[in-house]
Write a protein that binds this ligand. Structure first.
Ligand code: ASP
Length: 337
């Protein structure tokens, strides 16, 4: 499998002269410049080696508090944020929404204000409503990371995907990337389309028309309704889960038929470029959007994505806390003069 390969060391561009990262929150890829994205990817690349050491713990965030507030279930993202915070030395608390006051009817804002009063340095939020993380960022006094808001954005997923592509293919620029499946309900697709375009990739989406948002072309993608048409010439094939929890009514005739036309199996993968990377953000539905043969095959980098997720989140957390410290120093300096 591709994940057992040791990625070759890649020389990255030196930091841009005079560039300073200036965001206190990470709410969406749409807020980031190409320089911001490259800066985070460069830092994440460094963090991969920390995660591969026997002793993985840094002390840069010792004494800092990170709260993970997940209103939707999550395996990879939540555990990855938890590990990332802990590897940086922060105290990490997972708010279990199922057993908290949210169940008793407390609003998102009340919950956030309660947590804010505990003086965290970072709030990582996942919520079923688009814009939830942004709303919280306006209310609380610490940095906020959007870990997925409805079908809107999932910025750390797109960043870890770009890191995976960059480490395997050398760069994101000029790669042809096909994002396939349930684009309509996917925040992963949206964040990836914005990021890949910002870094100069060619982006295609392949899906039945019932699973495509109207006007998707405006985001800068080529649209295909058949895998046979969209896969030839692709360097990366990114598969998405059918998000049935977000579907109202039947948008596909049957799972069997969906797999036949849109599921990635070995035969369809051969239509893409030789050695094209196979990606999936997880959780996977084997036999629905991807066959086991392909998911576990030589071209799959799905497990590498999980590894990159921890490094990327370490880089994001460290960068936001540093920025927030710098901005608050500036503010207190200004009020002292
Ligand atoms: N884990 C991703 C997300 O939270 C993709 C998915 O759920 O299918 O959006």
């Amino acid at each position: 499998m591709a994940q057992s390969k040791t990625p070759s060391p890649i020389e990255f561009e030196p930091p841009y002269p005079g560039y300073v990262f200036s965001h206190q929150h990470l709410l969406g890829i749409a807020d980031l410049s190409p320089h911001d994205i490259t800066h985070l990817l460069d830092r994440a690349h460094e963090a991969v080696s920390v995660s591969r050491q026997v002793e993985k713990k840094k002390v840069t965030l010792r004494g800092r508090t990170q709260i993970n507030l997940f209103f939707e279930s999550s395996t990879r993202t939540q555990s990855s944020f938890e590990l990332a915070g802990k590897r940086l030395g922060a105290d990490v608390m997972n708010m279990s929404v199922g057993s908290s006051s949210v169940k008793k009817g407390e609003t998102l804002i009340d919950t956030a204000m309660t947590l804010n009063a505990m003086q965290p340095d970072l709030l990582v939020v996942r919520h079923h409503s688009a814009g939830a993380a942004e709303l919280l960022a306006q209310k609380v006094g610490c940095s906020v990371i959007n870990a997925g808001d409805g079908a809107h954005e999932h910025p750390t997923q797109a960043l870890l995907d770009a890191l995976t592509i960059r480490r395997h293919l050398g760069s994101v620029e000029r790669q042809t990337v096909a994002i396939c499946g349930d684009i309509l309900h996917s925040r992963v697709a949206r964040s990836n389309i914005i990021l890949l375009n910002a870094l100069g990739a060619r982006v295609r989406v392949i899906a039945p028309s019932t699973l495509l948002p109207s006007g998707i072309e405006r985001l800068g993608v080529e649209v295909f309704n058949r895998m046979e048409d969209g896969l030839p010439g692709c360097d990366v094939v990114m598969m998405l889960r059918l998000q049935r929890e977000r579907m109202e009514g039947a948008l596909i005739p049957s799972v069997r038929e969906y797999f036949h036309y849109f599921g990635l199996d070995a035969k369809k993968l051969k239509m893409a470029n030789p050695n094209a990377l196979v990606m999936h953000p997880g959780p996977m539905n084997r036999g629905v959007e991807i066959s086991s043969e392909v998911a576990d095959g030589a071209q799959s980098v799905i497990q590498v994505q999980v590894e990159m997720g921890v490094a990327l989140r370490m880089a994001v957390i460290e960068t936001l806390i540093e920025t927030s410290d710098r901005l608050s120093q500036k503010r207190s300096h200004r009020s002292a003069v």
